[in-house]
Design a protein around this ligand. Structure first.
Ligand SMILES: C[S@@+](CC[C@H](N)C(=O)[O-])C[C@H]1O[C@@H](n2cnc3c(N)ncnc32)[C@H](O)[C@@H]1O
Length: 316
C-alpha cells in the first residue's frame, strides 16, 4: 500500500515536470515561427542552396554580412528544430529548409512570410473576444475592415497574401491535374473563381493547353496578377457575376464564407456554366486523418487561422 502511494507520487511528480516543459513550449510558442522568418529574411536557405556544399559559420556570416555570435545562436536553434542540419563540413540544407528558398518550385517561403506578418498576427489577440460573441471577426476587430477590404487598400499586404496563396496553389493544382485529370475532360474553358494571382489556372492551362483559362478575382487582385499565356484575368465580384465558362473552379474559396454566402457564390457559378454539361469543381481543405496524424494537426491549425481571418471553419 505504502509503496503504491510512493509510486503514484513519483508518477504525478514526473507528470508535472513533463507538463512544465509543455507549458514552456507555449510560453515561447511564437519563437520557431519568428526565427524561421528571420532565416528567410537573412536569405540563409538561398545562400546555402546556391553554395551547393555545407558552409562554415564564418563563411555564412560573411555571405550574409553579419557578426557570427547571433548567427551561431540562430543556426543552433534551427538545427535543433531540424530546419537546417550541421555536418562535419558545416551547415547544410534539409528538406524543410529547401522549401524556404525563394525560387524553389514548391517554395513555401511566401506562406511563412504571410503567416508571420504583423497584420496577420494582430487578429490573434482578438480571438477570445470573438469566442465570447463580439460581432466583428478577429481580423475585422484588429483592422477595422475585412481581409479583402484591407488588401484593396494595402497593395503590399495584398501581394504578400496572393504570393502566399500561390505557394499552396502551385502544389495543389499539380496534385489535381496529376491525380484527377478526368475532371478536366471535355472542357474548353474554365473560370477560376477567386483565383488570386492566377497560379492555379495557369497550372491547369499548362497541363491541358486546349483549355482557355479565366482568372476571376477582385479588381485590385487581378490588376496585380502576372500575364500568362492562355489565361485571361477578369476583375469583379463573385457575388455579382461570374464570367461564363464550361466549368467554374473554386479552390480554397468557399471556406472563407458562411453557408448563406457560399450558396450565393454557387448560384453565380451555376449561372456561369452550361445548364446541361456545366461543372463546378470545388477544391478545399478538410480536417482528416487520425487523431495523432501530423496532417490532422495541420488541418486544425488552418482551422484556427480561418477563425481569425474569415467566417468559416474547415469541415471533416
Ligand atoms: C483563400 S484565397 C484563395 C485563392 C486561390 N483560389 C488559391 O487557392 O490560392 C480566396 C480568394 O478569394 C478572393 N475573393 C474574395 N472575395 C471575392 C469576391 N467577392 N469576388 C471574387 N473573388 C473574391 C480573394 O481575393 C482571394 O484571392
Amino acid at each position: 500500500m505504502a509503496s503504491e502511494i510512493i509510486k503514484q507520487k513519483i508518477n504525478s511528480k514526473e507528470e508535472e515536470e513533463a507538463a512544465k516543459v509543455e507549458i514552456w513550449k507555449y510560453v515561447h510558442g511564437f519563437t520557431p515561427m519568428a526565427v524561421v522568418k528571420c532565416a528567410i529574411e537573412l536569405r540563409i536557405p538561398d545562400i546555402l542552396e546556391n553554395h551547393k556544399t555545407p558552409m562554415t559559420l564564418a563563411k555564412l556570416a560573411s555571405e550574409i554580412g553579419c557578426p557570427q555570435p547571433s548567427l551561431h545562436r540562430i543556426m543552433r536553434f534551427l538545427i535543433h528544430q531540424k530546419v537546417f542540419q550541421e555536418t562535419p563540413a558545416g551547415y547544410a540544407q534539409t528538406a524543410v529548409s529547401r522549401l524556404l528558398t525563394s525560387h524553389a518550385k514548391n517554395s513555401m517561403a511566401d506562406l511563412v512570410l504571410l503567416g508571420t506578418n504583423p497584420v496577420i498576427l494582430a487578429p490573434w489577440h482578438k480571438l477570445s473576444g470573438w469566442v465570447l460573441g463580439n460581432k466583428d471577426l478577429p481580423f475585422d476587430a484588429a483592422h477595422g475592415t475585412d481581409l479583402w477590404g484591407f488588401g484593396a487598400a494595402n497593395p503590399e499586404l495584398s501581394k504578400l497574401f496572393n504570393d502566399g496563396m500561390a505557394c499552396d496553389a502551385r502544389v495543389g493544382v499539380a496534385a489535381i491535374v496529376e491525380g484527377c485529370p478526368e475532371v478536366f475532360e471535355g472542357l474548353t474553358t474554365v473560370v477560376d473563381v477567386g483565383g488570386g494571382n492566377g497560379t492555379a489556372i495557369r497550372g491547369v492551362v499548362e497541363a491541358f493547353p486546349w483549355i482557355k483559362g479565366i482568372n476571376f478575382d477582385l479588381p485590385h487582385v487581378v490588376s496585380a496578377a502576372p500575364a500568362s499565356t492562355g489565361v485571361e484575368h477578369v476583375g469583379g465580384s463573385m457575388f455579382d457575376l461570374v464570367p461564363k465558362a464550361d466549368a467554374a473552379y473554386l479552390m480554397k474559396v468557399l471556406h472563407d464564407w458562411a453557408d448563406e454566402e457560399c450558396i450565393e457564390i454557387l448560384k453565380k457559378c451555376k449561372e456561369a456554366i452550361p445548364q446541361d454539361t456545366g461543372k463546378v469543381i470545388v477544391v478545399d481543405i478538410i480536417i482528416g486523418g487520425e487523431e495523432d496524424d501530423d496532417l490532422k494537426g495541420v488541418g486544425l491549425l488552418c482551422d484556427m487561422a480561418m477563425m481569425i481571418l474569415t467566417r468559416l471553419m474547415f469541415t471533416t
